[in-house]
Design a protein around this ligand. Sequence first.
Ligand code: ZN
Length: 420
Amino acid sequence: MSAGAVRAGLRARWALVCLCVPFAGCGGGWQDQPAPSSETVPAHVRVRAVELPSEVKGATLDLAFQVQRDEVGYLLRVQATDPSAWLIITRVVSPSGKVLHRESGPFEEPDIVSRLSNESWSGEGELSLFMPNAAGLEPLPGTWRIQIARPDGDELAGAELFAVRRVARGAGLRLDLALVDATRNGSFSSARSARRLRTDLAKHRALMDEVLAAHALAIGHLDIVGRLPRNLRGTVSTEDDSERTLCDAAVRMTAPWSLPVVIVDGFLGEHEQVLELAGWAPMPGALNALDSSQACVFVESHTYLENDEERNAAFAMTVLHEAGHFVGLDHVSSEDGRVHDRFDDTPECHLDRVDGRDNLFFDVPGEVDGLIDDFECGLDGGAGNVMFWSGVAEFAPFGFSAGQAEVMRKHPLFRPERAE
Ligand SMILES: [Zn+2]
């Protein structure tokens, strides 16, 4: 897994800086995961096993599955028998026969032609694919064909499809969030008074709902479901197995079909280097999966911000940003300003046009650093979009575009509001 370039300093005061891991992770199998029983599957989702080919020769295998006429989104999850086995999606073919994604080897320097991703679509031991993750794709019903490469020849243990049924256009949808406190001293939950905690949670909900309401979306349940055991509290590292361990513990505390949000003191990278990150998320995430690093998002506690208003805003927007990755949304522009998302209604910020733009907020005015900054890009360059790679309060209120919201509305985690 690559940790990506992360810029320290400026963003530490109000940060959305985020490490998302496109389609990848360091997960393991979920062999012991019981299939969700029909009682627990929400009415708008259908769960079905995808048949594996009975005989596999060579380094690739093909999966084929049907999407039904009334289904508008699907999340496919594939797992290998060996949790460290490298898996790569090398081809995605739509029902009309269009090749939406193609990666050809060698795997170290892949040649990628894709409507869906700018990067190699790979993972250790597990892989997820959410469709549609971009605008302008054809309707989903029909037969999908997915080719998966296994450079080491490892066997697949299983593949499962979560298909989402169509709901009325504009119907209210809700996302349930389960907050799990993994800070060392309980700074997010037990270190605050119950009253203060209630006030803060109500504020987080209001801030997220303000952003979501424009698209008939909202936060459903928003609860602290508990603290992780003492030995799992503190930081999470992208270089060892801790993200999988923490994530697994969090998922076990969380009701299925909620997004587990693990609140940590910070993030560590290679050689225990402290990363100036506000959050981490898989893209897309795995649903209800045990023993997986991809089944939750991580968010920094933001308790270093002493101003209540700033802290609540930063925390709430970081949770929303990471939830966006979990349901398949990419950054509107990559931090190097060279790669942009697949929506034509989100602003793009190009490095060659903005790097070094002078403004009052730079530590070094006019610095050319090879990264696009909130202030260099400005609102016209997407700094007010929730999925900008970084975030500063000056560009609030943040928002999603209609195209981004359309993708979120087709994800299984956004469920129709329950009838009263
Ligand atoms: Zn991000």
